[in-house]
Design a protein. Structure first.
Length: 121
């Protein structure tokens, strides 16, 4: 049994790059698990910047100067964030509060349907 484990270990962990990858993955997961709450805004901003950079690069392919492309993309992104925060967010919270108020009635109705199910079948 020990030879099987030893062969498996040597087969997969004899490559230094594989060992480095495993160490980096374990370290990354450990950091995210312990400090995830503090890192979420940073990781979110990195993802948003990466996505917006793609749009800026596409605008530069159309021979638009980078400064104007950045200004345009930032303006559109800001408008979308403002739209979501001031228009959609109140609508969603209103519907969510209605759903929570109606949830007990829906659960009772579902329970009654489940009780009647054996009677019909």
């Amino acid at each position: 049994m020990l030879q099987v484990i030893n062969r498996w270990f040597q087969r997969y962990f004899s490559d230094p790059q594989a060992v480095l990858l495993v160490i980096l993955l374990v370290a990354s997961i450990t950091v995210l698990m312990t400090m995830g709450g503090m890192l979420i805004p940073i990781l979110t901003s990195i993802v948003i910047a990466y996505l917006l950079e793609g749009i800026i690069a596409n605008l530069q392919c159309w021979h638009i100067r980078r400064s104007i492309a950045v200004l345009l993309v930032f303006s559109v992104f800001s408008a979308v964030v403002i739209f979501i925060s001031f228009i959609l967010f109140p609508l969603v919270t209103n519907q969510l509060s209605r759903f929570i108020k109606e949830l007990p009635d829906k659960i009772i109705a579902a329970q009654q349907l489940l009780i009647q199910l054996p009677i019909h079948y």
